[in-house]
Write a protein that binds this ligand. Structure first.
Ligand SMILES: NC(=O)c1ccc[n+]([C@@H]2O[C@H](COP(=O)([O-])OP(=O)(O)OC[C@H]3O[C@@H](n4cnc5c(N)ncnc54)[C@H](O)[C@@H]3O)[C@@H](O)[C@H]2O)c1
Length: 464
């Protein structure tokens, strides 16, 4: 298909965890469109053009290869590509603000606003701008004002299309999403723009899963969806603390309540805590929004989800310290996993970071093992780098260790030969299963002292 025959020219600004996979899927499912992804990070763009993609996501390379060079292109040339496109998705990072008003809670919109200004100055024709990034409610209205304040009479319509993919299952989620949400103004031009975006996704997604709303509902729904998901995790984690006190088993409790169809069984898995770049950021964004409107009780309710998560991380480190006779100093502790969850190399806000930091403060000898995330872990822990050991092979990481802590639920950790591992560890040997993925009874029979989350500890001596 020659370039002239493309029926839509789509640009995405931001080639990260969302922009890259989302655009690859659109390009692969819609060969009639030309899709270009730009980023200011040259190294990232080179990686997208190679077979060593900048992010690890199962199945992603195949999707990229399906379209790359045909109708999917990666570039660092912003201006030219803005000029050349009709629809621009903006998928840049929107981290929590670290300075000034709203620091620690509200979203830092500088990257987003810069994009809006870049789009305005480079454009020579009307365009639809799609918010893919997660943004505070009413950002679209503000952006439309900035964009439409131009001297060339150009008309920009901003549409909200928040992304609900989960890292680790991004390809599956994009291929077969529960829903795609498209919000717009309910004016004639707003509805026209909305329909253009609906048309893109209707190339492979059934119409009944393409839901539409007004702009503010779409923006708010994304914050609320992540807050509800995180709330489920914090709820079950809070119960895990109680289970440990009363000899209940949190997995049995989860199963019992999850069978209730009103509750459902998803996201009821107790763990060391949630991580990732979005949950905490989006909840705090919601909290800030509530505070802005004087809804202090609502804000406090949602903020408690984050506090419970921090409590769970702290509790995990305290359990390690207490079990190891109240001192981890100079003890070799192998962390199995550094990614914030399995099947991703992403370590942003991973509980592993907090746990490592706390163990380092206690002068433990920390060894980090992870099949995909060691490169990112080294960046995150650069302040400690000469004191931390990195070892991709879990057997070597656990060699002569006092304890193993499972931080990420990688399948490979379920399949290790724990007898072999135990035979090479210091005595007494401890295992802290922060994801409840191992066979605890079997580990106990091998000789380990086993500390799951929210379940009775299995130990070979009297715990005082
Ligand atoms: N990661 C997820 O699972 C996920 C899921 C749903 C929604 N989101 C939201 O999507 C947005 C993007 O998240 P991400 O995880 O993909 O972030 P990311 O940090 O992986 O990617 C953002 C990219 O934008 C680029 N960028 C920033 N400013 C730019 C500019 N002016 N011009 C060109 N490129 C620029 C950065 O270099 C970076 O590569 C965020 O708002 C996030 O909350 C993320």
């Amino acid at each position: 298909m020659s370039k002239e025959k493309f029926t839509k020219k789509i640009l995405c600004i931001g080639a990260g965890y969302v922009g890259g996979p989302t655009m690859a899927m659109i390009a692969a499912r819609c060969p009639q469109y030309k899709v270009t992804v730009v980023d200011i990070n040259e190294e990232k763009i080179k990686a997208w053009e190679s077979n060593e993609l900048p992010i690890f996501e199962p199945g992603l390379l195949d999707v990229v290869k399906e379209a790359r060079g045909k109708n999917l292109f990666f570039s660092t040339e912003l201006e030219k590509n803005i000029k050349d496109s009709e629809i621009i998705f903006v998928s840049v990072n929107t981290p929590t603000k670290t300075f000034g008003e709203g620091a620690g809670k509200s979203a830092d919109l500088q990257y987003w606003e810069k994009c809006a200004r870049d789009i305005r100055s480079a454009s020579e024709s009307d365009k639809i701008i799609v918010e893919k990034s997660t943004l505070p409610v009413k950002t679209a209205i503000a952006m439309e004002r900035i964009l439409n304040e131009n001297e060339r009479g150009l008309k920009f319509e901003v549409v909200s299309n928040p992304e609900f993919l989960a890292e680790g299952t991004a390809v599956k989620d994009l291929e077969n999403p529960d829903r795609v949400l498209i919000g717009s103004k309910e004016t004639e031009s707003g509805l026209k723009a909305r329909n253009e975006i609906v048309e893109i996704f209707s190339n492979w997604i059934p119409r009944d899963r393409l839901i539409t709303s007004n702009l503010m509902s779409a923006e708010l729904s994304k914050l609320v969806a992540n807050s509800f998901l995180a709330q489920r995790i914090s709820s079950i984690n809070s119960i895990s603390a109680l289970c440990e006190k009363v000899d209940a088993n949190v997995s049995e409790v989860s199963r019992a309540i999850g069978k209730d169809s009103r509750i459902g069984n998803k996201f009821l898995h107790a763990s060391v805590g949630f991580g990732g770049s979005c949950f905490k950021k989006d909840i705090l964004n919601l909290v800030y929004l509530c505070e802005t409107f004087g809804l202090y009780e609502v804000a406090a309710y949602w903020e408690s989800i984050v506090k419970m998560n921090e409590y769970q991380e702290t509790r995990f480190v305290q359990t390690i310290n207490k079990a190891l006779f109240n001192t981890v100093t100079n003890k070799r502790i192998a962390l199995f996993g550094f990614a914030f969850k399995a099947n991703t190399s992403d370590t942003r806000e991973s509980p592993a970071f907090y746990i490592t930091k706390k163990l380092m403060e206690e002068k433990a000898h920390v060894v980090i093992s992870d099949p995909k995330a060691i490169k990112n872990a080294k960046v995150d822990l650069k302040d400690f780098n000469n004191k931390i050991e990195y070892e991709i092979d879990p057997y070597k990481a656990a060699h002569q260790a006092h304890a193993i802590a499972i931080i990420t639920e990688w399948d490979l950790y379920k399949e290790l030969d724990y007898e072999k591992i135990y035979n090479n560890m210091e005595r007494p040997a401890f295992i802290f299963d922060g994801r409840n993925i191992l066979d605890h009874q079997k580990l106990f029979e091998i000789g380990f002292n086993v500390y799951p989350i929210g379940k009775p500890h299995l130990i070979h001596f009297n715990e005082s």
